[in-house]
Design a binder for this molecule. Sequence first.
Ligand SMILES: [Zn+2]
Length: 386
Amino acid sequence: MKDPAQNYTAFPDGEALDRDNLRVLRFLRHGPLGLGELAEKTSLARNTVATRVDHLIRRGLIKQGPSIPAERGRPSVRFKLNERAALLYLVFFDETHVTGAICDLGGTELGSLSRCLDEAYETDDAIRHIVEIRDTICAENGIDRADLQVCVLGVQGPVAEDQKTVPWSRVGLLPTGMAAVIGMPVIVENDANLMAVGVAASQDGAEPIMCILVSNGIGAGIVTNGAVHRGTGGWAGEIGHVPILAAGERPCVCGSRGCSSAVAGNLALYDMLRAKGHSVATISDVAQLAVAGNLDAILALRNVGRNIGEAILGLVIAIAPGRIIVAGHAAEIGDHLLAGVRETIVYRMPAALAARIQVEISAEYENTMRRGALSLGFDSLFPPKL
Ligand SMILES: [Zn+2]
Protein backbone atom coordinates (compact mmCIF):
# COMPACT_ATOMS: atom_id res chain seq x y z
CA MET A 1 0.00 0.00 0.00
CA LYS A 2 1.25 3.43 -0.86
CA ASP A 3 1.54 5.70 2.15
CA PRO A 4 -0.40 8.86 1.22
CA ALA A 5 1.68 10.88 3.66
CA GLN A 6 4.76 10.28 1.52
CA ASN A 7 3.10 12.11 -1.37
CA TYR A 8 5.42 10.94 -4.15
CA THR A 9 5.15 13.18 -7.17
CA ALA A 10 5.99 11.61 -10.48
CA PHE A 11 8.37 13.37 -12.85
CA PRO A 12 8.83 13.97 -15.72
CA ASP A 13 5.33 15.07 -16.58
CA GLY A 14 6.15 15.16 -20.25
CA GLU A 15 6.86 18.89 -20.33
CA ALA A 16 10.46 19.98 -20.86
CA LEU A 17 12.24 22.36 -18.50
CA ASP A 18 13.94 25.33 -20.14
CA ARG A 19 17.39 26.56 -19.22
CA ASP A 20 16.26 29.24 -16.74
CA ASN A 21 13.99 26.76 -14.95
CA LEU A 22 16.86 24.33 -14.66
CA ARG A 23 19.21 26.99 -13.29
CA VAL A 24 16.75 27.93 -10.57
CA LEU A 25 16.06 24.30 -9.74
CA ARG A 26 19.73 23.31 -9.57
CA PHE A 27 20.61 26.15 -7.18
CA LEU A 28 17.82 25.02 -4.88
CA ARG A 29 19.41 21.59 -4.66
CA HIS A 30 21.92 22.93 -2.14
CA GLY A 31 19.36 24.42 0.25
CA PRO A 32 16.43 26.85 0.50
CA LEU A 33 16.80 30.27 -1.14
CA GLY A 34 14.64 33.39 -1.42
CA LEU A 35 13.81 35.20 -4.66
CA GLY A 36 16.53 37.81 -4.11
CA GLU A 37 19.19 35.16 -3.43
CA LEU A 38 18.09 33.18 -6.49
CA ALA A 39 18.24 36.29 -8.68
CA GLU A 40 21.76 36.97 -7.46
CA LYS A 41 22.99 33.41 -7.94
CA THR A 42 21.38 32.83 -11.34
CA SER A 43 22.04 36.37 -12.65
CA LEU A 44 18.42 36.45 -13.78
CA ALA A 45 16.07 39.39 -13.23
CA ARG A 46 14.00 39.08 -10.06
CA ASN A 47 10.69 38.92 -11.93
CA THR A 48 12.10 36.26 -14.29
CA VAL A 49 13.05 34.24 -11.20
CA ALA A 50 9.56 34.75 -9.75
CA THR A 51 7.97 33.39 -12.96
CA ARG A 52 10.31 30.38 -12.93
CA VAL A 53 9.61 29.69 -9.27
CA ASP A 54 5.84 29.76 -9.95
CA HIS A 55 6.33 27.37 -12.86
CA LEU A 56 8.47 24.95 -10.82
CA ILE A 57 5.99 24.99 -7.92
CA ARG A 58 3.15 24.21 -10.33
CA ARG A 59 5.14 21.26 -11.67
CA GLY A 60 5.70 19.97 -8.14
CA LEU A 61 9.47 20.24 -8.47
CA ILE A 62 10.03 22.84 -5.76
CA LYS A 63 8.01 24.01 -2.79
CA GLN A 64 7.90 26.75 -0.24
CA GLY A 65 10.55 26.29 2.43
CA PRO A 66 11.08 27.90 5.83
CA SER A 67 10.58 31.69 5.87
CA ILE A 68 13.18 34.07 7.25
CA PRO A 69 11.71 36.50 9.78
CA ALA A 70 12.19 40.11 8.60
CA GLU A 71 12.90 43.03 10.95
CA ARG A 72 10.05 44.93 9.38
CA GLY A 73 7.15 43.81 7.25
CA ARG A 74 6.36 40.32 6.05
CA PRO A 75 8.83 37.46 6.56
CA SER A 76 10.83 36.65 3.45
CA VAL A 77 9.75 33.42 1.75
CA ARG A 78 12.32 30.83 0.75
CA PHE A 79 11.91 27.98 -1.71
CA LYS A 80 13.39 24.51 -1.71
CA LEU A 81 13.63 21.44 -3.87
CA ASN A 82 10.76 18.98 -3.55
CA GLU A 83 12.97 15.99 -2.90
CA ARG A 84 10.13 13.57 -3.53
CA ALA A 85 9.52 14.97 -7.03
CA ALA A 86 11.43 12.00 -8.48
CA LEU A 87 12.88 8.79 -7.13
CA LEU A 88 16.14 7.16 -8.21
CA TYR A 89 17.03 3.49 -8.25
CA LEU A 90 20.72 2.94 -7.45
CA VAL A 91 22.34 -0.48 -7.95
CA PHE A 92 25.90 -1.46 -7.09
CA PHE A 93 27.64 -4.67 -8.10
CA ASP A 94 30.82 -5.79 -6.38
CA GLU A 95 32.56 -9.15 -6.44
CA THR A 96 30.22 -10.89 -4.06
CA HIS A 97 27.06 -8.78 -3.73
CA VAL A 98 24.53 -6.68 -5.58
CA THR A 99 22.89 -3.90 -3.57
CA GLY A 100 19.90 -1.86 -4.69
CA ALA A 101 18.52 1.26 -3.03
CA ILE A 102 15.68 3.60 -3.86
CA CYS A 103 16.38 7.21 -2.89
CA ASP A 104 14.67 10.54 -3.32
CA LEU A 105 16.39 13.51 -4.98
CA GLY A 106 17.91 14.58 -1.68
CA GLY A 107 19.50 11.16 -1.15
CA THR A 108 17.12 9.96 1.56
CA GLU A 109 16.86 6.19 1.27
CA LEU A 110 13.33 4.83 1.08
CA GLY A 111 14.37 1.19 0.96
CA SER A 112 17.32 -1.05 0.10
CA LEU A 113 18.18 -4.69 -0.39
CA SER A 114 21.41 -6.65 -0.80
CA ARG A 115 21.85 -10.09 -2.32
CA CYS A 116 24.78 -12.48 -2.57
CA LEU A 117 25.95 -13.23 -6.09
CA ASP A 118 26.53 -16.71 -7.42
CA GLU A 119 30.10 -17.58 -8.29
CA ALA A 120 29.21 -18.01 -11.97
CA TYR A 121 26.46 -15.51 -12.63
CA GLU A 122 26.01 -14.04 -16.11
CA THR A 123 24.43 -10.98 -17.72
CA ASP A 124 20.91 -12.41 -17.60
CA ASP A 125 21.30 -13.11 -13.87
CA ALA A 126 22.54 -9.56 -13.30
CA ILE A 127 19.48 -8.13 -15.07
CA ARG A 128 17.16 -10.47 -13.15
CA HIS A 129 18.67 -9.26 -9.85
CA ILE A 130 18.23 -5.60 -10.87
CA VAL A 131 14.54 -6.13 -11.70
CA GLU A 132 13.71 -8.37 -8.72
CA ILE A 133 15.45 -6.13 -6.18
CA ARG A 134 13.58 -3.11 -7.57
CA ASP A 135 10.23 -4.90 -7.31
CA THR A 136 10.92 -6.16 -3.78
CA ILE A 137 11.98 -2.74 -2.47
CA CYS A 138 8.89 -1.15 -4.07
CA ALA A 139 6.53 -3.79 -2.63
CA GLU A 140 8.03 -3.68 0.86
CA ASN A 141 8.07 0.10 1.12
CA GLY A 142 4.86 1.05 -0.65
CA ILE A 143 6.68 2.72 -3.52
CA ASP A 144 4.90 3.06 -6.87
CA ARG A 145 7.24 1.74 -9.57
CA ALA A 146 6.09 4.52 -11.88
CA ASP A 147 7.73 7.08 -9.57
CA LEU A 148 11.22 5.73 -10.33
CA GLN A 149 12.68 8.03 -12.96
CA VAL A 150 16.23 6.81 -13.49
CA CYS A 151 18.45 3.84 -12.63
CA VAL A 152 22.16 4.32 -11.94
CA LEU A 153 24.16 1.13 -12.13
CA GLY A 154 27.66 0.92 -10.60
CA VAL A 155 29.87 -1.89 -11.92
CA GLN A 156 33.50 -2.98 -11.87
CA GLY A 157 35.66 -2.68 -14.98
CA PRO A 158 35.73 -0.20 -17.87
CA VAL A 159 32.45 1.38 -18.95
CA ALA A 160 32.52 2.82 -22.46
CA GLU A 161 30.67 5.91 -23.71
CA ASP A 162 27.88 3.72 -25.01
CA GLN A 163 27.55 2.31 -21.48
CA LYS A 164 28.35 -1.29 -22.22
CA THR A 165 30.62 -3.04 -19.80
CA VAL A 166 33.42 -5.33 -20.93
CA PRO A 167 33.11 -9.13 -20.70
CA TRP A 168 35.25 -9.49 -17.60
CA SER A 169 33.22 -6.99 -15.65
CA ARG A 170 31.22 -9.49 -13.62
CA VAL A 171 27.99 -7.90 -14.81
CA GLY A 172 28.96 -8.83 -18.36
CA LEU A 173 28.11 -7.18 -21.63
CA LEU A 174 24.88 -5.30 -21.06
CA PRO A 175 22.25 -5.24 -23.81
CA THR A 176 21.61 -1.91 -25.53
CA GLY A 177 17.93 -1.97 -24.59
CA MET A 178 18.52 -1.83 -20.81
CA ALA A 179 16.06 1.07 -20.40
CA ALA A 180 13.26 -1.05 -21.91
CA VAL A 181 14.15 -4.03 -19.70
CA ILE A 182 14.27 -2.02 -16.48
CA GLY A 183 11.47 0.38 -17.40
CA MET A 184 13.42 3.62 -16.94
CA PRO A 185 16.53 5.32 -18.33
CA VAL A 186 19.71 3.54 -17.20
CA ILE A 187 23.11 5.08 -16.53
CA VAL A 188 25.97 2.58 -16.19
CA GLU A 189 29.14 3.80 -14.51
CA ASN A 190 32.35 2.29 -13.18
CA ASP A 191 32.42 2.04 -9.36
CA ALA A 192 35.65 4.02 -8.90
CA ASN A 193 34.28 6.72 -11.22
CA LEU A 194 31.15 6.95 -9.07
CA MET A 195 33.35 7.43 -6.04
CA ALA A 196 35.29 10.21 -7.75
CA VAL A 197 32.03 11.93 -8.73
CA GLY A 198 30.85 11.60 -5.12
CA VAL A 199 34.04 13.21 -3.80
CA ALA A 200 33.89 15.96 -6.44
CA ALA A 201 30.26 16.71 -5.53
CA SER A 202 31.26 17.53 -1.96
CA GLN A 203 34.46 19.49 -2.54
CA ASP A 204 34.85 23.15 -3.36
CA GLY A 205 36.88 24.04 -6.41
CA ALA A 206 37.83 22.03 -9.46
CA GLU A 207 41.10 20.44 -8.30
CA PRO A 208 41.71 17.12 -10.09
CA ILE A 209 40.82 14.07 -8.00
CA MET A 210 41.98 10.47 -8.23
CA CYS A 211 40.00 7.83 -6.34
CA ILE A 212 41.55 4.39 -6.05
CA LEU A 213 39.20 1.54 -5.23
CA VAL A 214 40.93 -1.58 -3.92
CA SER A 215 38.99 -4.85 -4.11
CA ASN A 216 40.04 -8.13 -5.72
CA GLY A 217 41.46 -5.91 -8.45
CA ILE A 218 42.17 -2.17 -8.41
CA GLY A 219 40.72 0.70 -10.40
CA ALA A 220 40.88 4.47 -10.34
CA GLY A 221 38.26 7.12 -10.98
CA ILE A 222 39.55 10.43 -12.27
CA VAL A 223 37.69 13.73 -12.18
CA THR A 224 39.22 16.76 -13.91
CA ASN A 225 37.43 20.09 -14.36
CA GLY A 226 34.48 18.63 -12.48
CA ALA A 227 33.86 15.79 -14.97
CA VAL A 228 34.82 12.12 -15.10
CA HIS A 229 37.73 11.45 -17.43
CA ARG A 230 36.62 8.27 -19.16
CA GLY A 231 39.12 7.93 -21.99
CA THR A 232 38.58 5.77 -25.03
CA GLY A 233 36.38 2.78 -24.30
CA GLY A 234 36.24 3.78 -20.62
CA TRP A 235 39.80 2.63 -20.10
CA ALA A 236 41.12 5.71 -18.28
CA GLY A 237 42.06 4.80 -14.72
CA GLU A 238 42.18 1.01 -15.19
CA ILE A 239 45.35 0.95 -13.11
CA GLY A 240 45.02 -2.78 -12.43
CA HIS A 241 46.28 -3.27 -15.99
CA VAL A 242 49.39 -1.11 -15.73
CA PRO A 243 52.41 -3.40 -16.03
CA ILE A 244 54.79 -3.11 -13.08
CA LEU A 245 58.05 -4.91 -12.35
CA ALA A 246 56.78 -6.65 -9.21
CA ALA A 247 54.12 -8.50 -11.24
CA GLY A 248 56.76 -10.19 -13.43
CA GLU A 249 55.31 -12.02 -16.42
CA ARG A 250 52.09 -13.24 -14.87
CA PRO A 251 49.25 -13.45 -17.39
CA CYS A 252 46.21 -11.25 -16.85
CA VAL A 253 42.52 -11.52 -17.77
CA CYS A 254 43.04 -8.58 -20.18
CA GLY A 255 45.38 -10.73 -22.32
CA SER A 256 48.51 -8.85 -21.29
CA ARG A 257 51.23 -9.84 -18.82
CA GLY A 258 52.65 -8.38 -15.62
CA CYS A 259 49.55 -6.31 -14.80
CA SER A 260 49.65 -4.65 -11.39
CA SER A 261 46.41 -6.29 -10.20
CA ALA A 262 48.40 -9.53 -9.78
CA VAL A 263 50.30 -7.87 -6.90
CA ALA A 264 48.04 -5.00 -5.91
CA GLY A 265 44.57 -6.15 -4.92
CA ASN A 266 42.93 -8.29 -2.26
CA LEU A 267 43.77 -11.50 -4.15
CA ALA A 268 47.42 -10.45 -4.14
CA LEU A 269 47.19 -9.91 -0.38
CA TYR A 270 45.86 -13.43 0.12
CA ASP A 271 48.65 -14.85 -2.07
CA MET A 272 51.34 -13.01 -0.09
CA LEU A 273 49.96 -14.25 3.23
CA ARG A 274 49.40 -17.83 2.07
CA ALA A 275 53.03 -17.89 0.92
CA LYS A 276 53.91 -17.13 4.56
CA GLY A 277 51.78 -20.05 5.77
CA HIS A 278 48.66 -18.11 6.82
CA SER A 279 45.26 -19.49 5.96
CA VAL A 280 43.37 -16.48 4.56
CA ALA A 281 40.36 -16.47 2.26
CA THR A 282 38.67 -13.14 2.93
CA ILE A 283 39.62 -9.56 3.72
CA SER A 284 38.26 -10.08 7.26
CA ASP A 285 40.90 -12.80 7.76
CA VAL A 286 43.59 -10.30 6.78
CA ALA A 287 42.08 -7.65 9.06
CA GLN A 288 42.05 -10.08 11.98
CA LEU A 289 45.76 -10.84 11.54
CA ALA A 290 46.76 -7.19 11.11
CA VAL A 291 44.71 -5.96 14.06
CA ALA A 292 46.38 -8.63 16.22
CA GLY A 293 49.71 -7.09 15.20
CA ASN A 294 50.82 -9.88 12.85
CA LEU A 295 53.87 -8.53 11.03
CA ASP A 296 53.30 -10.59 7.85
CA ALA A 297 49.83 -9.06 7.44
CA ILE A 298 51.05 -5.52 8.12
CA LEU A 299 53.95 -5.89 5.66
CA ALA A 300 51.67 -7.45 3.01
CA LEU A 301 49.26 -4.50 3.28
CA ARG A 302 52.15 -2.08 2.99
CA ASN A 303 53.54 -3.98 0.02
CA VAL A 304 50.20 -3.91 -1.77
CA GLY A 305 50.10 -0.17 -1.10
CA ARG A 306 53.58 0.26 -2.61
CA ASN A 307 52.54 -1.74 -5.69
CA ILE A 308 49.45 0.43 -6.10
CA GLY A 309 51.74 3.45 -5.81
CA GLU A 310 53.96 2.05 -8.62
CA ALA A 311 50.91 1.47 -10.81
CA ILE A 312 49.67 5.05 -10.50
CA LEU A 313 52.96 6.96 -10.93
CA GLY A 314 52.39 7.71 -14.62
CA LEU A 315 48.84 8.78 -13.97
CA VAL A 316 49.90 10.99 -11.07
CA ILE A 317 52.38 12.92 -13.21
CA ALA A 318 49.82 13.07 -16.06
CA ILE A 319 47.02 14.68 -14.08
CA ALA A 320 48.82 15.98 -10.95
CA PRO A 321 45.85 15.42 -8.66
CA GLY A 322 45.48 17.55 -5.54
CA ARG A 323 43.96 14.58 -3.73
CA ILE A 324 44.43 10.83 -4.04
CA ILE A 325 41.69 9.05 -2.15
CA VAL A 326 42.19 5.37 -1.42
CA ALA A 327 39.14 3.24 -0.61
CA GLY A 328 38.17 -0.37 -0.10
CA HIS A 329 38.13 -2.78 2.84
CA ALA A 330 41.89 -3.47 2.60
CA ALA A 331 42.57 0.27 2.83
CA GLU A 332 40.52 0.47 6.01
CA ILE A 333 42.75 -1.97 7.94
CA GLY A 334 44.86 0.51 9.90
CA ASP A 335 46.77 2.85 7.61
CA HIS A 336 49.26 0.27 6.35
CA LEU A 337 48.10 0.20 2.72
CA LEU A 338 47.79 3.98 2.60
CA ALA A 339 51.32 4.30 4.02
CA GLY A 340 52.61 2.14 1.14
CA VAL A 341 50.93 4.33 -1.49
CA ARG A 342 52.15 7.49 0.20
CA GLU A 343 55.69 6.15 0.48
CA THR A 344 55.91 5.41 -3.25
CA ILE A 345 54.51 8.84 -4.18
CA VAL A 346 57.01 10.57 -1.88
CA TYR A 347 60.03 8.55 -3.07
CA ARG A 348 59.25 8.35 -6.78
CA MET A 349 57.62 11.67 -7.65
CA PRO A 350 59.30 15.09 -7.86
CA ALA A 351 59.33 16.50 -4.31
CA ALA A 352 57.57 19.70 -5.41
CA LEU A 353 54.66 17.66 -6.76
CA ALA A 354 54.55 15.06 -3.96
CA ALA A 355 54.35 17.85 -1.40
CA ARG A 356 51.17 19.15 -3.00
CA ILE A 357 49.35 15.81 -3.16
CA GLN A 358 47.20 14.78 -0.26
CA VAL A 359 46.96 10.98 -0.03
CA GLU A 360 43.98 10.10 2.13
CA ILE A 361 41.64 7.28 2.98
CA SER A 362 37.93 7.29 2.25
CA ALA A 363 36.02 5.81 5.13
CA GLU A 364 32.51 4.59 4.31
CA TYR A 365 33.31 4.68 0.62
CA GLU A 366 29.97 3.04 -0.21
CA ASN A 367 28.31 6.30 0.87
CA THR A 368 30.64 8.30 -1.35
CA MET A 369 29.80 6.01 -4.26
CA ARG A 370 26.11 6.46 -3.56
CA ARG A 371 26.55 10.24 -3.49
CA GLY A 372 28.21 9.99 -6.91
CA ALA A 373 25.40 7.85 -8.30
CA LEU A 374 22.83 10.29 -6.92
CA SER A 375 24.67 13.19 -8.51
CA LEU A 376 24.74 11.47 -11.94
CA GLY A 377 21.06 10.57 -11.64
CA PHE A 378 20.13 14.14 -10.67
CA ASP A 379 22.18 15.56 -13.58
CA SER A 380 20.46 13.22 -16.03
CA LEU A 381 17.02 14.45 -14.92
CA PHE A 382 18.04 18.10 -14.59
CA PRO A 383 21.09 18.62 -16.84
CA PRO A 384 23.61 21.27 -15.75
CA LYS A 385 24.08 22.48 -19.34
CA LEU A 386 21.61 22.53 -22.17
ZN1 LIG B 1 45.60 -6.81 -17.31
